[in-house]
Design a protein. Structure first.
Length: 657
């Protein structure tokens, strides 16, 4: 008989998922509630749980042990409400209880993260229900020590179950909803005050500090943890990774490098630490060093045995994609394509297909071969979905004519085909054809509402421009602010009600500006900016340089600034914007010239800051060139780190935990 033991508080949105995953695996469900004021208790009872109540005292081990004391099964498994067992594991799960040689089982915990792959580790979750097996630790409670201490002559009392638990608690929405950061910090701080030399408590307190945004304090706790740690501890590699992350983000790159090498000495088969080193080396510009690190990750492979806490992909697709970027930057497209293709075999991600398509487009210079390769890679049973996927990839790499050709061959399908084709037509100035294409979308549908801005733009950009008033008035007004903004602009463009005001700061207006910029429609954009009250060249340049920025916005602002400078303007923001444009395009001598001109007119701090960045970039390029010729020169490497400190400290690495 197997008992599931849980402690909960306000878990009504998580509990059904968790209990549904476990109900066929266990014979008894024990739920200990620590103060819920939602429907958690009622939900637990619906699953047949025996519900008990416990006065919360900031001690997870005590609460866990209380839950175990209520279990009547021969075996106990414990789960949190924000976890679930992998699908279809009931028969394998029940077989675990039949092994007389085992006292407990490790489970593989896949911690799901926002916009990223899972962070994996192992943890003891199932064990025999014996009175000597009890948890210790007020936070991040553990039972492994109790099992091992009770079986001194048993070499392997705990073995791998081969079963995965999915954990949703690392998702940001879950973390905020439970206010875990403040709670964990409070408990951790009390534990460290009581046991200041305990490395595990120091480590977990450092993690709590990171979650509260206090990197300096976190760094101190991680350093102390490493001072007292036994490197045989399963969490030891994670202390290194966490410390290195903090050091990079606070600009302490020298120590970050030292800790990387120290970790590698202790754990030479830990792929994650080589991946972190590779990322940092790539950021610094140490290309050859980065390549060696990523190749090392591939030689070690995926860390699937549970020995280390690891990020999914550090032994496969992550270094492959990084190597593809390195070789692309060096101009070796053949190798870049090779690694990108290899990575896609492990990670089926549309953004990576787009990257591959860009590489192939540049390398092949042959639309027929490009489309043939992409078709082979993106095959799907649903041919409409296949065409949409391929069409979107081609759109994203700017192969608009090829995308249109592909979509014209698509089998009859939903309006998404017409919508995507129309977006391609807008990019190649096919405005009247875009109008006819968008008419294929069913009026009144959500897709029709989404396509309305494109349809209106196609009217305005046609030759001659077409009045969209009838179209706007006949459609419903679900767009709200966007509808009113489009209608108002339409009235202005066609000389009706010119006194009507348009809010240039509204979301709808800003979105329209971004659409026109993406279509390279500078003439109409200038008109619309004027209608929004931006009636001077300076106000237009200022508006275009507000965040969020993109290269096309900056280019248009630079063109407007250049026109004004040619007409004799002495407004210092104009050479500043041009300097910014040249800086972004690595034309550093021109950037320097423009910025010096701006500073001469007005020594504003932002002008000086960008000039400093320009000088730094020039130095960086010289040192990188020197390293290409003398890769083992320690002085050049030292200079490179010094130059890069300010540039990368606020950019986190993808490989850190």
């Amino acid at each position: 008989m197997i008992s599931l033991c849980m402690i909960i508080k306000n878990e009504e949105h998580n509990l059904p998922r968790c209990l549904s995953s476990a109900k066929d695996c266990v014979d008894e469900i024990i739920v200990v509630d620590t103060g819920s004021d939602d429907n958690s208790v009622e939900i637990a009872k619906q699953f047949g749980a025996k519900v008990f109540f416990y006065q919360w005292d900031d001690d997870f081990a005590a609460a866990r042990n209380f839950s175990i004391s209520k279990a009547t099964g021969d075996w106990v498994i414990y789960l949190d409400a924000d976890e679930e067992l992998e699908p279809d594991c009931a028969s394998r799960f029940r077989a675990l209880a039949e092994n007389p040689e085992v006292e407990g089982y490790y489970f593989h915990i896949n911690n799901l993260c926002d916009n990223d792959d899972a962070l994996r580790h192992i943890n003891v979750r199932m064990f025999r229900n014996k009175p000597q097996y009890r948890f210790d630790g007020q936070l991040h409670e553990q039972i492994l020590n109790a099992i091992q201490d009770s079986n001194p002559g048993h070499q392997s009392p705990v073995v791998d179950s081969g079963i995965t638990i999915l954990h949703y608690g690392y998702l940001y929405s879950e973390f905020l909803a439970k206010n875990k950061a403040q709670r964990n910090y409070r408990i951790n701080k009390r534990l460290v005050d009581q046991w200041p030399d305990n490395p595990f408590y120091l480590y977990t307190l450092g993690c709590s500090c990171i979650n509260l945004g206090n990197l300096t304090e976190a760094t101190d706790y991680f350093r102390k943890a490493l001072k007292y740690i036994d490197f045989r501890a399963t969490y030891a590699p994670s202390v290194f990774i966490s410390l290195i992350s903090c050091l990079i983000r606070t600009g302490e790159l020298d120590e970050a490098m030292e800790q990387i090498h120290r970790c590698q000495q202790q754990f030479p088969d830990y792929a994650d630490i080589y991946f972190v080193e590779g990322e940092l080396a790539a950021r610094l510009g140490l290309v050859e060093k980065a390549r060696v690190c990523f190749e090392k990750c591939l030689s070690l492979g995926e860390q699937v045995q549970g020995k280390f806490t690891t990020k999914t992909g550090v032994g496969s697709f992550r270094p492959m994609f990084e190597l593809a970027q390195l070789y692309q930057a060096q101009g070796d497209l053949e190798k870049a394509i090779h690694y990108q293709l290899q990575g896609i075999k492990y990670k089926d991600d549309i953004s990576q297909y787009v990257t591959l398509a860009r590489l192939l487009k540049t390398y092949l210079k042959d639309d027929v071969r490009l489309l043939s390769i992409l078709r082979e890679l993106c095959q799907q049973k649903d041919k409409v979905k296949e065409c949409l996927t391929l069409g979107q990839i081609l759109y994203d790499i700017g192969a608009y004519d090829l995308a249109i050709r592909l979509l014209d061959e698509a089998p009859a399908g939903p309006g998404e085909i017409a919508y995507l084709k129309a977006q391609c037509l807008l990019k190649i100035n096919g405005y009247r054809e875009a109008i006819e294409t968008l008419k294929q979308i069913k009026p009144g549908s959500q897709l029709y509402q989404n396509s309305l801005p494109s349809l209106v733009l196609a009217h305005w950009l046609a030759t001659p421009p077409l009045d969209a008033a009838g179209l706007l008035r006949s459609g419903n007004r679900q767009h709200g602010e966007a509808y009113e903004t489009f209608l108002c602009i339409n009235e202005h463009l066609f000389k009706r009600h010119p006194e009507t005001k348009i809010d240039a700061n509204s979301k709808a207006f800003k979105k329209l500006v971004d659409q026109l910029i993406s279509l390279n429609q500078a003439e109409l954009l200038v008109q619309i900016l004027t209608l929004g009250g931006l009636d001077t060249p300076y106000s237009k340049v200022w508006y275009l340089t507000q965040p969020p920025m993109n290269p096309t916005k900056l280019e248009l602002a630079a063109k407007l600034a250049l026109l004004e400078l040619k007409q004799g303007s002495r407004q210092p923001d104009y050479p500043y914007v041009l300097g910014w444009y040249f800086y972004d395009h690595d034309e550093l001598a021109s950037a320097q010239q423009m910025l010096l001109q701006a500073i001469k007119l007005n020594p504003a701090d932002r002008y000086k800051k960008l000039l400093k960045e320009t000088y730094r970039k020039q130095c960086l390029n010289m040192v990188k060139t020197a390293l290409q010729h003398y890769p083992d020169n320690p002085k050049f490497s030292r200079w490179l780190i010094d130059i890069q400190k300010d540039r990368i400290q606020y950019a986190g690495l993808k490989g850190v935990h």
